[in-house]
Design a protein around this ligand. Sequence first.
Ligand code: FRU
Length: 481
Amino acid sequence: MIKDNQLRQEAFTEIEKNKDLVMQDPYRLTYHLMPPVGLLNDPNGFIQMNGVYHLYYQWMPFKTGHGAKFWGHYSSKDLVNWNHEDVALTPSEWYEKNGCYSGSAIEHDGKIYAFYTGNVKDEQNNRETYQCLAISEDGINFDKKGPLVYLPEGFTSHFRDPKVWKQNDTYFMVVGAQTNDLKGAVALLKSKDLFKWNYVGIVAGGGKGKLGEFGYMFECPDLFHLDGKDILVFSPQGLEPQGMKYQNVYQAGYVVGEFDPETGQYLHNDFEELDRGFDFYAPQTTLDNQGRRLLFGWMSVPDQNEQDHPTIEYKWIHNMTLPRELKMVGGKVYQVPIEELKQLRSEEVVSYIVKLTKESKELDGIHGKSVELYIKDIDITEGWFEISISDGGRIVYSVEEKVLTFERKSYVNGMTEKRQCPLSELSNLHIYIDTSSVEIFINDGQETFTSRIFPTPLNDTIKFGAAKHARFTVLKWDIMD
Ligand code: FRU
């Protein structure tokens, strides 16, 4: 308790001390969730209870680097207006002294049961891992119950990020893991009472099946039903780039399959990336009381040049994606911005039917740092079509190559870098620009590109161009703070 109070106090002091500086950053976002100070990474414990959505997050309040993580906390009634709440978990106990790492939440008897990884390192930097429980009646104050799951045989101590759900009368937990022969895996445990857990086996990876040779570690697994299928989302580490795929340091994606709760067997298809941009990792989902499968992702990837990140001089780094709803369309997981985001729109909409012929131009009233663009009825007969977001990023669709490209100016060396995906046809683009971030939803969520961008702060131009002929309708809303 003493340590917990002390850590809370220190985090609070850190917020107070740096709040003005953090707010001055021209790259601070206006409608995305960010840390009040320090570093934010994975979404944790995403849940709706008693009409309130809770989103906890991995938080390092004391620096813009990683370390002994806290669980920060945001709450909201509508997924649009969020309150920053008191710290949910501090790494105060022996079994979590090097971090209350990622985990999930489930409602039981009107309380939130939060499962998370207690990360411990000794003087030689050897790691220990404990899957812990903390219970909360109000979502704000947690009562820690300590470790419930110890490392099963067959795994290294890279065993973390429990995601818990209930199916029939049983509770299940998937955990991100690495087998002793250094293969990425997802481990499965089950329980009748949420306290006593039994190890069942490996549901995916671990040297067997379609994900047998698929990197050395799987982080942040999440297994859930979607439209009659069982989707396993996870973040594999150790994949080599393959054509346009796997271009980031680590990936985040899913497999589609069938989970048998009786045997714990999971048969699944091949891995698909969830997002094709520069910054997307460790997504987590929840089912809300409207039956929607909602997702938040971390808008970054571990181990990518944090020391060069433009926001660190303002004492903060990273943010969440917007909340998205998942849908299954033809065996593929689509991601769409949730309906509620329309509340952010200004009353006035600027719209045009545009015809471009071998030209590039700005459109009156279509510019801004914090805007939503919806571009529909896209008709490009030849060549390419492009949208430039000031000097920070550029979207290009090539009809001949059938490829969508997103380019940005690297924050490390200023060079142009790109991410791409094959796309047989482009019909619409839904784009959310927020100062230093862009989320692009293509063809109603068939593909998404999520990236941080760092345009010249005063430049808010948006330009449209076509190599030959392009016709489209564009709608633009300013987004209210
Ligand atoms: C993913 C991750 C998790 C871990 C957490 C620590 O980004 O590495 O595996 O629990 O971050 O902050």
